[in-house]
Design a protein around this ligand. Structure first.
Ligand code: ATP
Ligand code: MG
Length: 498
């Protein structure tokens, strides 16, 4: 979802005629609404799809809310020839209508009562009115409904907030966050996803719910934070996450029947207002980090490495201030250790821990190599290949591409123009070319059956020898040179072992 799409001018959605509004609605969703209405029930599109329509965006799914009880929903759908699948009907009131292979979630109007659980309601009660159902929803822009007649139901000022690009809770923010602490993270995510500002009342209501974060599972928190991280305006949401202090809370992970507290992202707080040398940086360390995140491709690894690339800055032992001179030597290495601890705590797969940590640890080296002509790029790549920093040539090339993207984002995040990244782009491509010529495993040697035959019983050792020599640049990686080298190796080898 990038920016506003100008189908009909978003401001005018409220003023469009009902027919014009319905013309934007998915045909399958509309037919489900009509089936329910024809059976005598109230039914509305609700939540994210109405918000997206009002913003001139194309909704990615269509949720429906209805006065029909789940069994009535299923009955009405089936009678009209629409497949109905149970989606947790008895407990949550959801029936899934399947039309032309597309799923539409149809949920009975409901109210929720919250209790001990930090996220799930203790009680779900089916309700009689649309208003009750809208009132349980998190944010005003998510609490609008559109009927099959094209009438917009906006009981909590969603359209006004949408026009002002303002995220506001339905009802008292502190209460709503305390009911379900996941909404704290959803707030950050929507601010980034929608390019909104958090209303002051929302920000002020956050802190009271922080103790409830301890009851949220890491899985849920991670899912929201990662969704936020890849949104177009991630900086806004991350800024809210960090400045509100939410990043300093702990959630929990349940493993082997035991709960462990998992700190969210306390590593980021110290970057806020951390000064940097004006000569190289337009922003403080936190704004720089946010700018790098937004300049990085909207993908998980790229955004995580951007978020963490400078976490080592300002740390004890790293920061030195001499008069007007500020330095953070070694922030890459210290930052890599901090990133490793953080990512393991977040239960990232080891492969990703390694990749992101490597990017953080080597980003300054990449800048250095890209800027200094005498730097020996072949030597660096060879070293990476020979020491198996990555398990395959493809993985190494992938890592170099990530590094190039990070370094470019880093330059843009210093307030410099895209044109200033051209040198890095060229250097990155050159590094990829070098990596493409250096195999990491014997499987990446371009040999044929003759080589294996020639090596005979010394195949394992022989292949390792050939790999080393190709990596060293002594031997070409092709069937013919490898075969000839294998014959020579076998000869030498049989002399030695004779
Ligand atoms: P997206 O575009 O990300 O799918 P969405 O608004 O559809 O946005 P969902 O998480 O799919 O978000 O939820 C659908 C709707 O359900 C929301 O618009 C909101 O009305 C309601 N909702 C979801 N989660 C919560 C929650 N934790 N508390 C209150 N209401 C919620
Ligand atoms: Mg949704």
């Amino acid at each position: 979802m990038t920016g506003w799409k100008n189908w009909f001018g978003r401001k005018d959605f409220g003023r469009l005629s009902p027919e014009e509004r319905l013309a934007r609605v998915d045909a399958g969703a509309l037919s489900v609404l009509r089936v329910l209405a024809d059976a005598g029930h109230e039914a509305y599109l609700v939540g994210g799809c109405v918000r997206d329509l009002a913003m001139g965006l194309v909704p990615h799914d269509w949720d429906i809310t209805t006065s029909a009880r789940p069994e009535e929903t299923a009955q009405a759908l089936t009678a009209a020839g629409v497949r109905a699948v149970d989606g947790g009907g008895r407990r949550y009131g959801t029936v899934i209508a399947v039309r032309d292979g597309v799923n539409y979630e149809v949920t009975t109007f409901r109210r929720e009562v919250y209790g001990a659980d930090a996220h799930r309601p203790a009680l779900v009660i089916f309700a009689d009115t649309l208003r009750e159902d809208l009132a349980r929803r998190d944010f005003t822009v998510n609490a609008m409904a559109l009927g099959a007649d094209g009438v917009l139901h906006d009981e909590f000022g969603g359209m006004k907030d949408l026009a002002a690009k303002r995220l506001r809770t339905v009802g008292d923010a502190a209460e709503r966050f305390q009911e379900d602490a996941l909404r704290l993270f959803r707030a950050c995510r929507f601010v980034g996803q929608l390019d909104f500002l958090a209303d002051r009342s929302l920000v002020e209501g956050m802190e009271a719910a922080f103790p409830r974060v301890s009851g949220l599972s890491l899985e849920r928190v991670k899912s929201e934070v990662e969704r936020l991280l890849v949104t177009p305006h991630a900086a806004r949401g991350l800024d809210l996450l960090v400045r509100s202090g939410l990043c300093g809370c702990s959630c929990r992970v349940r493993e082997n029947g035991q709960d462990t507290a998992v700190a969210v992202l306390p590593e980021l707080s110290h970057l806020v207002d951390l000064p940097q040398m004006k000569e190289f940086h337009r922003y403080d360390a936190w704004y720089h980090t946010l700018a790098v995140v937004e300049a990085a491709p909207a993908e998980r690894i790229a955004r995580w490495s951007a978020l963490l690339h400078d976490v080592g800055k300002g740390m004890p032992g790293v920061r030195r201030v001499e008069g007007a001179k500020i330095t953070d030597y070694n922030h890459d290495r210290v930052g890599a250790e901090m990133a490793r601890t953080l990512l393991r705590r977040w239960r990232f797969p080891e492969k990703e821990v390694h990749l992101i940590t490597w990017l953080v640890e080597n980003h300054m080296k990449f800048h250095y190599f890209a800027n200094v002509e005498e730097a020996d790029v072949v030597k660096w790549v060879r070293h990476l290949a020979m020491h198996r920093e990555f398990p395959s040539q493809a993985a190494l090339i992938g890592a170099i591409r990530e590094m190039t993207a990070l370094a470019k984002a880093d330059i843009i995040g210093c307030g410099r123009p895209l044109s200033a990244t051209e040198g890095h782009e060229t250097f990155g491509r050159c590094m990829v070319d070098v990596a493409a010529s250096i195999p990491v495993t014997t499987g990446e040697l371009h040999y044929d059956g003759r080589t294996i035959e020639a090596l005979g019983p010394a195949a394992a050792e022989g292949m390792q020898n050939l790999l080393r020599r190709v990596q060293n640049g002594e031997l070409e990686n092709g069937p013919e040179p490898l075969y000839r080298a294998a014959v020579r190796f076998r000869k030498r080898h049989s002399h030695e072992t004779a």
